[in-house]
Design a protein around this ligand. Structure first.
Ligand SMILES: Cc1cc2nc3c(=O)[nH]c(=O)nc-3n(C[C@H](O)[C@H](O)[C@H](O)COP(=O)(O)OP(=O)(O)OC[C@H]3O[C@@H](n4cnc5c(N)ncnc54)[C@H](O)[C@@H]3O)c2cc1C
Length: 437
């Protein structure tokens, strides 16, 4: 391929899903990935109906369902006393939104997009490290570490949390949460003695920590994630989140959590960073996408989903703005810029608030528990704004839920509601039932 229509920098889930979406519109797409091979590190990924709806449109949902698991429930427990706080009935959720909630190994989802790209003729290149961007007339160029320059009418920067384009065009810092994640996926036989629920996503929320469990690969594997606040991070110590902090963080948690801890990988861990939301994602003919544009904390399990939605929105606007004369990129980019930053701003900020709520202690933990226990299992007020159809235009973006202030919760389970508002970090409210890993 000599002259691609689009260059995508980064071959993660965001880059590959976008490359595939644009290729489906007949565009010539080249993916430049810095790693020697395409792949994903880590274990499970939760994908909600706002993503499976898109996978269905792409013709990939059947394979995703086959390689993943569609659990019956998502259940949130208190990690200290193991009591149930709230649950989502995922069968009913599927009926409500029209598409299933799936858990899948992230390398399986990434592999499906990689296969789809190969099958449809996306050009996939490894060992291509982007180091900078330049604007042309009706085009942009990406400079590579070996000195070469690649040019296209559109360059998409899907290069993750530490995006080079984000550094060049925005220059904002990553924000440390001081929380760290340990993961581990093992054959199901290894955890059966622990009486785990093989048909649920289980989330145990505790003071300064939480623990997530769910099945993977048609139930053959079991995924567990432990997340905790690192005292070393708070003290400014390098290399924070090391295994010596892991067990101490979960002292005082219930037996179900204690039984899971030995199954985690201890040779690697993920320090958790996000970034403050930004309003501008499009710089001339360079567009930020995925974690490069909106890296979240993972508490809403929407990071990879938002990246997939970004690509779907871009491709949908290409479909609306393409003629025999070519793509009207100015209109496509204006439409992308108009709709995506606001949705992702809401998710990124809600994830921060949600994390605060999960990790409460003392009276505020009791207040949170009272609010969660009072929720009706089939009340979707808190999920409609995120699990419904992805908006293509700002006016289609659904309203958010009514926030519930913690102080309004009696420990008898009674709650009082305030007016419809957007969550703000630091304000302890808005318990939304979207347990995540
Ligand atoms: C513990 C944890 C649990 C999570 N759980 C969920 C979940 O359940 N559901 C969900 O939707 N999300 C979840 N997420 C978030 C999700 O993993 C990310 O948001 C998503 O993977 C981002 O995809 P991306 O393609 O934008 O970025 P990345 O996956 O970071 O991909 C970026 C790619 O760009 C390449 N690259 C980087 N720099 C360059 C360069 N200079 N030149 C060329 N290539 C480059 C990288 O090698 C990589 O392949 C979770 C995250 C964590 C940490």
């Amino acid at each position: 391929m000599s002259n691609p229509d689009v260059i995508v920098v980064g071959g993660g889930i965001g880059g590959l899903s976008t490359a595939f979406a644009l290729r489906r519109q007949g565009l010539a797409v080249r993916v430049l990935e810095s790693a020697a091979e395409f792949g994903e590190v880590g274990a499970g990924l939760q994908i909600a109906p706002n993503c499976t709806r898109i996978l269905h449109e792409y013709g990939l949902l059947d394979q995703v369902v086959k390689r993943g698991v569609a659990p019956a429930d998502m259940i949130m427990f208190d990690a200290v006393d193991s009591s149930e706080l709230t649950r989502l009935d995922l069968r009913d959720l599927e009926r409500t939104y029209g598409f299933p909630y799936i858990v899948i190994h992230r390398s399986d989802l990434h592999g499906l997009f990689l296969d789809a790209c190969r099958r449809t003729g996306v050009e996939l290149l490894n060992d291509q490290q982007a180091v900078g961007y330049e604007q042309g007339t009706g085009s942009a160029s990406v400079r590579l570490a070996d000195g070469r320059v690649e040019t296209a009418p559109l360059v998409i920067a899907a290069d993750g949390l530490h995006s080079v384009a984000r550094r060049q065009y925005v220059g904002d810092p990553t924000v440390s949460s001081s929380y760290v994640a340990y993961r581990g996926a093992v054959p199901i036989e290894q955890v059966r003695a622990n009486q785990v629920d093989e048909d649920a996503v289980a989330v145990y929320v505790g003071p300064g920590c939480h623990f997530v469990q769910y099945p993977l690969r048609g139930g053959e594997m079991f995924n567990q994630v432990a997340v905790f606040e690192s005292p070393k991070a708070l003290a400014g110590v390098e290399g924070w989140g090391s295994p010596d902090e892991l067990d101490a963080a979960f002292e005082g948690t219930c037996e179900q959590v204690q039984l899971g801890l030995p199954m985690l990988w201890r040779d690697r861990w993920w320090q958790m960073y996000d970034r403050d939301p930004i309003d501008q994602w499009v710089y001339g003919r360079v567009a930020l996408l995925g974690d490069a544009a909106h890296p979240p904390l993972q508490y809403m399990a929407q990071g990879a989903i938002m990246a997939i939605e970004d690509g779907w929105v871009l491709a949908s606007h290409v479909a609306r703005n393409q003629t025999a004369g070519g793509v009207d990129w100015a209109s496509v980019l204006a439409a992308y810029q108009a709709v995506r930053p606001e949705h992702c701003r809401r998710v990124v900020l809600t994830a921060r608030v949600w994390g605060e709520l999960w990790h409460l202690d003392g009276v505020r933990r009791e207040q949170r528990n009272a609010i969660l226990r009072s929720r009706d299992t089939h009340d979707y007020t808190f999920t409609d704004w995120v699990y419904g159809p992805t908006a293509l235009f700002p006016e289609d973006e659904p309203e958010m839920y009514r926030a519930i202030p913690l102080a309004g919760a009696g420990q008898d389970g009674s709650t009082t509601h305030d007016s419809r508002s957007h969550p703000t970090p630091g304000h302890e409210k808005t318990p939304t039932p979207q347990p995540a890993g």
